[in-house]
Design a protein around this ligand. Structure first.
Ligand SMILES: [Fe+2]
Length: 135
């Protein structure tokens, strides 16, 4: 099922919200391509697109947390690293011809991303608001 952006996913940090929307759009494209039974080359391109975007987004997010002096940065960073390991593993399985890896990955990505934005990412948003005296 595709993910819809709702205010429930907002961190309150506009730059991060924009990146999350972009990431969700990439994942939805990925999902649609898998459902359509897209050829391997097409799927590979989508894998790489999501791969590049998560590298960019996680490092932007970590830089932001560092900038605001966010105390839970180490565990948040570890969560991103864990995600990257899972993702790389699924990419490799797909490269080795395991098509089921793609479906499993998309399902995992969607549920992980949704929960991560809604629970973990929102916390740095709350912390950032406190820092500027609005929290
Ligand atoms: Fe995050």
């Amino acid at each position: 099922m595709k993910i819809e952006w709702t205010d429930d996913l907002s961190t309150g940090v506009p730059e991060m919200d924009e990146q999350h929307k972009q990431l969700i759009a990439l994942l939805n494209d990925f999902y649609v391509a898998v459902e359509r039974g897209e050829r391997d080359e097409g799927i590979q391109a989508l894998f790489e697109g999501v791969d590049r975007y998560t590298v960019f987004h996680f490092s932007a997010e970590e830089a932001f947390m560092e900038q605001i002096g966010y105390p839970d940065l180490p565990s948040h960073r570890e969560t991103h690293a864990m995600f990257r390991r899972e993702y790389q593993g699924a990419m490799e399985r797909h490269g080795a011809g395991d098509r089921k890896a793609v479906r499993d990955l998309v399902a995992f990505l969607f549920s992980w991303l949704y929960t991560h934005i809604q629970k973990t990412d929102k916390r740095y948003g709350a912390f950032a608001r406190q820092q500027v005296g609005q929290g």
